[in-house]
Each structure stands twice: as C-alpha cells, then as structure tokens.
Design a protein around this ligand. Structure first.
Ligand code: BDR
Ligand code: CA
Length: 310
C-alpha cells in the first residue's frame, strides 16, 4: 500500500508534536501549515521548525493566520502546553526555515498540484483552512480526505466555556465555515480522545525504549501531564495523535456515525460548542463522520513506531 500524502495544519503544541512525529514515521508529509492556537503564532511556527529538525526532514513550513477570523480568543492553552507551546524546556533556535508563502495559499497550491491525492489533517483552530476555503471554495473537490481534530460531541469540552473543545472554541467562525464547506470529513473529537488515552506506565515504558524522538516527547509532555493530573484527567491524552492515526489509516475506525455537526457562534454559555444532530431532526446534510471508536492497539503500535520504541 502506498503511503498517504498528508498536509498538516497545526499549532504545536505537545499533542501536535506527537502527531507530527507519527506523520513522518508513517506517511509522506507535504507540508506543515501553522496556525495560532495553543500559543501565539511566533511560538507555533518556531515549534514546527523544531519538529522538522527533530525528524531530520525537509518538510516545508508555512506560517498562517496569527489570530481567529472574527473575534479575539478568550484563552490560549499555554497552561497545558507550556508558555512556549512545547513544555518550556528551553530548546536552542531551530535550523529549519519557514517558506515565504501564506499557509492558506500553500494549502490551495499543494492540493492543485496533486488533485485527489492529499489528505488534509487539521490539528489546530481551523482559521487557515477556512481562509483557504473562502479564497477557493472548490478546495474540497481536489482533497482526498479531511480529518479534523475538534469538537466535543456530547458537550464535555476542555475549555473555560463548558461545552466547547479548544480548536473549535478558539475560532468558532472558522470551524463553521469548514464544517459547512466540506461535504465529507472525519471528526475526531475531544471525548474520543479521553476514551483512547494510554496507560501511563505503559507509555513510560515506550518512552524508555524509544530513540531521540521519545526522549524529546518525554521532556515536552511534562507540563501537560501535570496539568492533566491536576484536572483529574487520566492517562496519556493525545488528541492530535488520535486524529493523525485516523488520517494515516482510516481502517483504524471501528465505529463512526455520520451526522450533521453545527457550531454555536453565539450563546451566552455555549459559543464554540459543537452541536450534533444525533436524531437527524434538522434534516441537514450529514457531512461529518463522527469517529466513535478506534482500534486502540493499532493506535498504540503507530505511536510506538513514531517514538522509535518497537
Ligand atoms: C486540541 O486543542 C489543542 O490544545 C490540542 O493541541 C488539540 O489540537 C484538543 O482539544
Ligand atoms: Ca493542536
């Protein structure tokens, strides 16, 4: 089987970091388009450069939007990922460079060069992707698949706004544009992530067995691990890694449900919430393939390879 060709929109971010390691271990990575989200764009771009250095690749990096489309965000996720987005471990300046093309334009160009071949993997607020879609609404026609990490399909969420998940809550208008503009996409939500956390002791064994990628991840994950413990979230939670597993191998999906998923753009308590029409009462197009269950053992094997821990 030929390797999938991935274009990754990302805001690294420690779980983005693991996802990017997985992508380089299992797929052809055409580029990293970078958004603001977990932390500001200066940091997320620098972190993308660090990750490209780490994997020893020449993956192009494109800087994207520094803020959401409409409203400034209420919060970032530095309390999970560290103030610099990668655990504040103090890396030296990376050597990988940033390509002089806006992320949204790069998404359009690279999909034009390979019509029908590229899987888009959205691991960040959907600002860059929404902008690309507004510039060229035919984008979905030449994309092979879109996989989105975002949403909280039963309203648990992980932000200050109770039902909202971070990527959708950071830029709800962008998520709305993408969810309405793509006729078909896989949605890996926050709650699936919690159901597919790794056992901490087992994950620590992988880190101990692994190569420089494992050593790196072990360092950058410390802040997130501590934050999760304080919030009584159990196990090693890696949302973007889960979405990446689905992007690399759709056969990982054990159960999914095709539904209409709306994004609440107003709402006193609910701005940024994903509203799933579970009963098809609205009779709207069911564009989202909401992933409900994955092959956890295969997910683990994919992560182990990406850490050099086989
Ligand atoms: C998502 O939000 C970010 O903090 C993570 O990197 C992930 O993309 C999880 O809700
Ligand atoms: Ca992310």
């Amino acid at each position: 089987m030929s390797k999938p060709q991935l274009l990754i929109d990302t805001d690294p971010g420690v779980d983005d970091a693991l996802a990017i390691l997985m992508a380089h271990a299992h797929a052809d990575v055409l580029g990293l388009s970078v958004a603001a989200g977990n932390v500001g764009l200066t940091h997320t771009v620098r972190n993308a450069r660090k990750l490209v250095d780490l994997v020893g690749a020449s993956t192009p990096i494109f800087a994207g939007c520094p803020s959401p489309l409409v409203r400034l965000p209420e919060e970032d996720a530095a309390f999970v990922h560290g103030r610099d987005g990668l655990g504040d471990v103090g890396f030296p300046e990376p050597t990988a460079t940033v390509t002089d093309e806006h992320a949204a334009l790069a998404l359009l160009r690279l999909t034009r060069e390979r019509p029908g071949e590229v899987t888009l993997v959205a691991l960040a607020p959907l600002t860059n992707l929404a902008l690309a879609l507004k510039l060229d609404p035919t984008l979905p026609q030449r994309v092979k698949r879109l996989v989105v990490m975002g949403g909280a399909v039963t309203g648990h969420g992980n932000t200050g706004r109770v039902p909202a998940e971070f990527n959708v809550g950071f830029d709800p208008e962008a998520a709305h544009i993408v969810f309405e503009g793509f006729p078909d996409f896989d949605l890996v939500d926050w709650e699936l992530t919690l159901r597919h956390a790794f056992d901490e002791a087992e994950f620590d064994r992988w880190l101990a067995m692994g190569d420089r990628r494992a050593a790196f991840f072990g360092r950058v994950y410390q802040v997130a691990r501590e934050t999760n413990r304080q919030r009584e979230r159990h196990g090693i939670i890696a949302a973007d890694a889960l979405a990446m597993a689905v992007a690399i191998d759709p056969a990982m999906i054990v159960r999914s449900e095709r539904r209409h998923v709306g994004v609440e753009l107003d709402g006193r308590l609910t701005r940024g919430a994903t509203v799933v029409d579970w009963g098809n009462r609205l009779k709207l197009p069911a564009r989202a393939n909401v992933v409900m269950e994955l092959d956890h053992a295969r997910f683990g094997a994919m992560v182990r390879k990406a850490l050099g821990a086989q």
